[in-house]
Design a protein around this ligand. Structure first.
Ligand SMILES: Cc1ncc(COP(=O)(O)O)c(C=O)c1O
Length: 440
């Protein structure tokens, strides 16, 4: 660790200088707090990126398996997105008027995810917040339900966790909450239908908010039959079901919703869908639209669902190009095959060295975790965290020119990733593991 840390500092003189300068004017020296979470004493500063390659200000080239924690899953500066954005920016970006692109994107999202009607935000966080408001308004119920160690953005209601002793707590980072989320939210473990049935029984939950497979504490797949049970129990109790596809979109062109044949009331998307330009989206069924109308919402007014730049012409042009020409069915087939290739190679490393680890794949993304078997829920997966081992592996990968997502052991394929790139990653991981084993 000492060697890797020293090597990181020695390699990244220009980044270190920029970080020192930024300390004067940016909170914690970064424009957004999570950028401090990279391994190494400071984040490397970006010069430019294209496809799955990124160059920092010290001139090092990185193979990018982080891809902006999914937001660049289409690859950096994908040429169709660059063209569409350049064209649109020279024609005006935001006018509080709809463009034909928005309709095209709505039609495409309906085709892929099956939800009839769509609206846009600038982030998945906002889309989630707005759906929760709609759900509470329609059902006249006060609460939401989330799963332990899921993440839905900086959504107040989702900012709680079940700790190792089984107590429900607000997350340690929950600054200035308007209300304690323990009053607004039920939280249970994923894959537990008995707990779900119990939580829905009082009839006070407006909406269950679910990633269709957990992706924010390792990857925790749904147990066979879990989604059927989730849908049956929510329908039976009059609870709406929101499927958050922000990360699980990696499963395929229509995310897990299409892969698993899900029938949610709402779907939320964000991050990757506009090829790196800010956009969130939420789809709803016709029944939801009717219920919204029946509940008498003044949808023309600002209310608390909407934003000036939401649905802007630039985001919609970028989303059209991304969905039409980049994150296509064919691209997903290639990306999934590469993630399978990584998973198989990682399984070989784990088995041949007798490591108590496992690796889980969800479409184009895969994640290794420091426990021998796939976890059944978020609590189990969280118990397998090893911050020191994470830091060592991440720093070593950074020093060998490979980026993986800092607060995960997640690797994500883009349309530009190649089999050779995957080989380079697994060979870097296997030599890191061998060195650790040599150290005893
Ligand atoms: C499942 C899920 N939903 C929503 C979000 C929020 O996305 P954003 O921060 O882009 O709003 C995230 C972010 O990681 C996520 O993983």
């Amino acid at each position: 660790m000492q060697r890797e840390r020293a090597s990181f500092v020695a390699r990244n003189i220009a980044s270190q200088r920029l970080f020192a300068r930024a300390q004067e004017v940016l909170l914690d020296g970064v424009p957004m707090s999570w950028m401090t979470m990279w391994a190494g004493a400071f984040p490397v500063f970006l010069r430019e990126a294209a496809g799955n390659r990124l160059i920092d200000v010290d001139g090092h080239e990185y193979l990018d398996f982080c891809l902006g924690d999914s937001a660049a899953m289409a690859g950096h500066a994908a040429p169709p997105v660059v063209e569409a954005v350049a064209r649109q920016i020279s024609r005006g970006t935001t006018a509080m008027l709809p463009t034909e692109d928005a309709t095209w994107v709505g039609e495409e999202l309906r085709r892929r995810f099956g939800l009839a009607v769509w609206q846009f935000a600038l982030s998945a966080t906002d889309a989630n917040r707005w759906v929760l408001r709609m759900a509470r308004h329609i059902t006249r119920r006060p609460k939401v339900l989330v799963f332990n160690h899921s993440y839905h953005g900086t959504v107040d209601e989702a900012n709680l966790v079940i700790d190792a002793d089984g107590r429900i707590r607000t997350r340690a980072n929950n600054i200035g909450p308007a209300v304690d989320p323990r009053g607004t939210t039920e939280i249970i473990e994923w894959n537990d239908l008995v707990a779900l049935e119990r939580a829905l029984r009082p009839g006070d939950i407006a909406c269950v908010m679910a990633e269709p497979a957990l992706t924010n504490m390792g990857i925790v797949l749904p147990a066979p039959g879990y989604h059927t049970g989730l849908r049956e129990l929510t329908r039976r109790s009059g609870t709406l079901l929101l499927i958050d596809e922000t990360h699980p979109f990696a499963a395929g062109p229509g995310g897990c919703t299409a892969e698993y044949g899900l029938e949610p009331d709402f779907v939320v998307l964000g991050k990757a869908i506009a090829g790196g330009i800010a956009l969130g989206a939420y789809g709803m069924t016709r029944e939801i639209v009717q219920r919204l109308s029946a509940a008498g919402v003044d949808r023309e007014d600002t209310g608390v669902v909407g934003g000036t730049l939401a649905g802007n012409a630039l985001s919609m042009a970028a989303a059209r190009a991304t969905l039409d020409r980049v994150l296509t069915r064919q691209a997903f087939a290639r990306m999934r095959a590469l993630a399978t290739c990584f998973t198989t190679q990682m399984e070989d490393i784990i088995q041949s060295r007798g490591l108590p680890w496992h690796v889980t794949q969800l479409g184009a993304r895969a994640e290794y975790r420091f426990c021998p078997d796939p976890s059944r829920d978020g609590g189990e997966s969280a118990a397998a965290a090893d911050a020191e081992l994470d830091t060592y592996l991440h720093t070593r990968l950074l020093n060998s020119g490979i980026l993986t997502t800092p607060f995960h052991n997640m690797v994500l394929m883009s349309p530009s990733t190649t089999a050779g790139d995957v080989d380079r990653l697994t060979s870097a991981l296997s030599s890191a593991v061998d060195e650790l084993l040599d150290c005893g």
